[in-house]
Design a protein around this ligand. Structure first.
Ligand code: FES
Length: 72
């Protein structure tokens, strides 16, 4: 099993794969919807379930397809 990681989806959320707790600014832990081992975080800003993605990025036509450069 790969270590916990974050995958940036084209035109969509940040997908966290692995059991990583998510806390708000006051240190309270969010209860993730769905299976705990995979969580999608909204990066379009339009989800009504923020910080989680609810699929609304498709309705609003969110466009973002960054590619990683070389490290170092
Ligand atoms: S990225 Fe999916 S609702 Fe914002």
């Amino acid at each position: 099993m790969p270590p916990p990681h974050i995958r940036v989806r084209d035109h969509g959320p940040l997908v966290i794969e692995g059991d990583i707790p998510i806390f708000d600014a006051e240190g309270n832990q969010f209860c993730a919807p769905g299976p705990k081992s995979t969580v999608a975080l909204c990066r379009c800003g339009r989800s009504v379930q923020r910080p989680f993605c609810d699929g609304r990025h498709r309705e609003v036509g969110f466009c973002s397809a960054e590619r990683a450069g070389e490290c170092n």
